[in-house]
Write a protein that binds this ligand. Sequence first.
Ligand code: FES
Ligand code: FES
Length: 168
Amino acid sequence: MHLRHDERHRATLTLNGQSRSAEAEPRMQLCDFLRHQLGATGTHVGCEHGVCGACTVLVDGRAVRSCLMLAVQADGQRVDTVESLDEGETMSELQLAFRRHHALQCGFCTAGILMSCDEFLRRVPAPTERQVRDMLSGHLCRCTGYTGIVQAVLDVAGTRQAALEEST
Ligand code: FES
Ligand code: FES
């Protein structure tokens, strides 16, 4: 597809389970499209060049840095942001574990880290601490020092494994 830089194109995606559509310039990054065109401001933007991980979202279930993807590339795909973790009255299991283990301070990095952790725990349900730390190496947090984040992820993994063992 050849796109002229001054043209606007309609991108339609399934955002957190709902079909959403808006116009985007060909060079608009997915993170800006989510925040400014679709109002999904839970996704944060830090470095804007793929280093900090703050902008991480799931695209068709895989963790992606939304500052490195164009909005038009997400056309027709499923995108899940931190808002997808909202369970109405309560926070998700992962968010509650972050709170319990003091895994955030300013929270700027947290939305992206939660999305990576969410995908990681589905892919690696019983991780070692080393695997958790490897996964987190793609994220920069200037506040917490990571220990609380690692503990939160291991806590959720342990709880899920125990529930699984109980049910079998
Ligand atoms: Fe995308 Fe930093 S804002 S990786
Ligand atoms: Fe502040 Fe991570 S909690 S940057």
